[in-house]
Design a protein around this ligand. Sequence first.
Ligand code: MN
Ligand code: MN
Length: 297
Amino acid sequence: MEATKPLMEAGRIAAKAREEARSFVDVGKPVIEICDFVEETIKRLGGEPAFPCNVDIDSVAAHYTSPAGDTTIIPQGSLVKVDIGVHVDGYIADTAVTVCFEPSRMGLVEAAEAGLDAAISNVRTGARASDIGATIERAIRGRGAIPIRNLTGHMMTRYLVHAGQSIPNISGTRGQALMEGEVYAIEPFAVPQDAAGNVTDGAPSNIYQFRKKRNVRGDAAKRMLKFIQSSYRTLPFASRWVLCKFPGSGGSEAFSELLGSKCIYSYPQLVERSHAPVAQAEHTVIVTGDGCVVTTA
Ligand code: MN
Ligand code: MN
């Protein structure tokens, strides 16, 4: 298949960036340095970020990236998810690692990884997404944790990170059969047994996506929208990526205008409802007849 080559290349770059990030993340380090490091690493290796590097601390399960000038640092004893997206010619790899600075939380990391391993060994053409979800839940519960039930894995297509079909992290859902050649990101999230086990919308994530071309008044806003559409298409982007191309107060005003006119959409952070610590593991797979190829191994 024609797309296999860029998919594998994106996967290789994402895996390399993830392993470099694993050693780069440290207590006391500014989050914005981690985001910049990961995104620079992706480009150095010949890819493009498919979405901003996410650095999600403790009960933030997903969708935090640094705004320009972020002063957040990695706290002591934290559980840090670094979630990395790479695209090569629009073909996407999505992978994550949890770095744990609190030994008593290592079990959560192992539970998320066990869920991911179990899912991967069950993916094949014709397997049901609902059965994969049941497998993930069993593996996580087998490690004394529970999965977050309203976060799922997702199919990916060219330039689309969330392409409709999902892979649940729990049993008891209705799910489609996986088809040969489909690309999925599988991503179990594990929390302690006494946690709520779901996420709710939190503060803005500093991650945005183009939504619809509408008339805007300002010249800077017009130029900015053109830049966003041509640079990121349907992929999520960071405000800091755009603002560094449009410096000064004019840039910030144009960005606000695009938000206000709903040309762009602002993602919220996804926060565990009981504020429990969250661990995540994620790989991208291509479904084959009798199994799958993990592009981000
Ligand atoms: Mn991800
Ligand atoms: Mn994902």
